[in-house]
Design a protein around this ligand. Structure first.
Ligand code: ADP
Ligand code: MG
Length: 645
């Protein structure tokens, strides 16, 4: 406990209300020695509270100087004043100013939180102080469960939490009955006995008569200053004051207390907090689910695109897909394929002739789609060999009856047995399975067989025209240029343009562009949902700050710095958002399970990335939308805030 020497010289404080100026203090000079018990008396409106607020560093003078242990407080910033309040002064107010959302223990501990006192020591000290005032059994109660006199004694315990050297009591008995008032006064006298400076504002002359010194004020000026007894001499600083230990542990402890307080504040307004949270829950669910939907759609489209192969051009007869005359066009021949294959921009060219055949192996039979292709077909179309081998140039030249089966065809014809080396009857033609290949896309579910186009022509059907020609463009050559060159070549050979070319890269690129636009749209919608949620949070924080203005003033009086208040409200906003965000993610996960269980056409694919993004977003929203209300709270004037209703 350190009781400083307080020295006012010529202090003036004016208030402006409307266009009137009220001079609440008019050139007050006064020295209060450590250990004095001072009673300040005077009519209502004479300036007593203004004087107390300046003495306690809650307010500043307009003119004149106030020195605390020789330090001129006008040289201190808001945080400097907060430090002084925290470590040197303990306030006791007429209306107790206890926080109803906190227990008695929580209220008494408050100044310790701002002093960075470790939680265990805080709890123990609060319990001891409350016990000394005879209210140990009230620790878990709420303030409104106590009588006025009991509440005022709790307020005194709170004032002593940081071992204040100066106790300032502004009409502490004004709202109490005689008996409770006497009890409170005797407690204050005890504090004086212990060597503290005690300054009491009172109307009660009986109280004043106990004081060692009575100062009478009228119209903002001291009209009498009577010393009845000398200041107590046992004022040597006993022990070290509970000055903040700003260690990392203390910071963590104060952060956890801040989170604890914010959850208490949320719990005190369950419905309101719940509704605000609902906005965030909906926003985050929308974001996560919509990202999941986009991801599901993207993977579906990508799977389909994977089947297109890269760097490939596919040439079909006719003007476009669905051309009714296409089947009559037979001008596309294998010599076209050879001519194309000889071009420098072509990596490989392969025709495809499609037909279907009944396939048989022992007792098993199956309708097979049979493709007559060249050896480069597999590479151009992205098929992967699973077992055996693929078709070769030799197969092509000699028109061997060798076939490669798709996975489905192999398993349908041979079950789990090894297909490679087995015989299959295609219609009446026997063929040997030389390999099994995986199709890269949704067509993977098709039962297909591949043989060389020479074999297909020689053994199955000699008259079928080419269904298409697939070109793989040489690496490093622009597919658009290759497309134009191939088109010119074929047109020259046929004399007319009786074909069309599908450029897979173009399809892929335009599909990817469409997907990107789609994702952007989705992201925009989700952002709107989140911003709406965030505005809800901001609104509720603004209301909360307005409602709790008095509490903010109180916290400042107890030593909270601006950044403590700021942190408290930011943490409240962030906590609401994080809890809401957590619920939103949970809801989105539930939705994805439902969508998977119902096998909806568009699945919701949740990724850790989307969840992390959502978490980041909620944090950001809490910070962004909590900032303004929190700053508003931090910038409140402590005296005005305390006086607010
Ligand atoms: P007391 O505590 O002795 O009743 P105060 O110190 O509260 O008196 O007030 C002194 C004078 O200053 C009064 O005339 C009061 O109306 C005026 N006053 C106090 N606070 C304000 C304020 N925030 N704005 C305008 N006038 C104020
Ligand atoms: Mg007053």
């Amino acid at each position: 406990m350190i009781a400083p020497r307080l020295e006012l010289s010529n202090v003036t404080r004016t208030y402006r209300s409307g266009n009137e100026t009220v001079m609440a203090l008019d050139g007050v000079s006064l020295v209060i020695e450590p250990g004095e018990l001072v009673a300040i008396v005077g009519a209502s409106g004479s300036g007593k509270s203004t004087l107390m607020n300046i003495l306690g560093c809650l307010d500043r003078s307009d003119r004149g100087h106030y020195r605390v242990d020789g330090i001129d407080v006008s040289t201190l910033d808001a945080d400097g004043l907060a430090h002084l309040r925290r470590d040197r002064f303990g306030f006791v107010f007429q209306r107790y100013h206890l926080v109803n959302a906190l227990s008695i223990a929580g209220n008494v501990e408050l100044p310790g939180i701002y002093a960075g006192m470790p939680a265990a020591r805080r709890r123990e000290r609060a319990a001891r102080l409350v016990e000394q005032l005879g209210l140990a059994d009230k620790l878990p109660f709420r303030p409104n469960e106590l009588s006025g006199g009991q509440q005022q004694r709790i307020a005194i315990a709170r004032a002593l939490m940081n071992d204040a050297g100066v106790v300032l009591a502004d009409e502490p008995t004004g709202a109490l009955d005689r008996r409770s008032g006497d009890l409170v006064l005797s407690v204050l006298k005890d504090l004086h006995e212990q060597g503290r400076t005690v300054i009491i504002v009172t109307h009660d002359h009986d109280v004043a008569s106990h004081a060692g010194r009575i100062i009478e004020i009228a119209d903002g000026a001291i009209i009498s200053d009577t010393r009845l007894s000398a200041a107590r001499k046992n004022t040597a600083a006993s022990g070290v004051a509970t000055v903040a230990s700003r260690s990392a542990r203390a910071s963590i402890s104060s952060l956890t207390s801040a989170f604890g307080m914010s959850f208490k504040a949320m719990a005190a307004q369950k419905l309101r907090t719940g509704l605000t949270m609902l906005g965030i829950v909906i926003g985050i669910t929308a974001v996560v689910a919509v990202i999941g939907l986009g991801e599901g759609a993207r993977i579906q489209v990508m799977n389909q695109l994977a089947g297109l192969g890269t760097n490939t051009l596919v040439i079909y007869p006719g003007r476009s897909f669905g051309d009714a005359d296409a089947s009559k066009i037979v001008s596309m021949t294998t010599s076209d394929v050879d001519a194309l294959a000889a071009q420098f921009y072509v990596d490989s060219a392969t025709p495809e002739i499609l037909t279907s055949q009944k396939a048989r192996s022992g007792a098993r039979a199956l309708d097979l789609q049979v493709s007559g292709v060249g050896p480069s077909y597999f590479r151009a179309n992205g098929l992967k060999l699973i077992s055996g081998r693929l078709l070769t140039q030799e197969d092509l030249v000699d028109a061997y009856a060798n076939i490669v089966l798709s996975e489905l065809a192999a398993s349908s014809l041979f079950g789990s047995a090894e297909a490679v080396g087995q015989q299959v009857l295609l219609g009446k033609t026997p063929a040997t399975v030389i390999g099994v290949a995986a199709l890269p896309d949704v067509r993977g579910r098709a039962a297909s067989a591949y043989m060389t186009h020479t074999a297909l022509r020689a053994r199955l059907s000699g008259t079928l025209p080419l269904t298409n020609i697939t070109l793989r463009v040489r690496d490093g050559i622009d597919t658009n240029l290759a497309e134009r060159a191939a088109s010119n070549l074929l047109q020259r050979r046929h004399g007319v343009k009786d074909f069309f070319i599908i450029n897979n890269d173009q399809i892929r690129r335009s599909t990817e562009r469409t997907m990107a636009t789609f994702s952007l749209l989705i992201a925009a919608l989700a952002t709107v949902a989140l911003v709406v949620g965030g505005i809800g949070v901001m609104n509720i924080m603004l209301i909360s700050v307005t409602e709790r203005t008095r509490e903010i003033g109180l916290r400042m009086a107890l030593g909270a710095r601006q950044r403590d208040i700021m942190a408290q409200f930011m943490i409240e906003a962030v906590a609401v958002c994080l809890v809401g965000g957590g619920l939103g993610v949970a809801l989105a996960i539930a939705l994805s399970f439902v969508s998977n269980a119902l096998v909806l056409p568009l699945p919701i694919l949740l990724s850790a990335g989307a969840v992390l993004l959502a978490a980041g977003f909620t944090l950001l929203i809490g910070l962004a939308f909590g900032y303004l209300p929190a700053r508003g709270a931090a910038r409140l004037d402590p005296v005005r805030a305390l006086a607010s209703e």
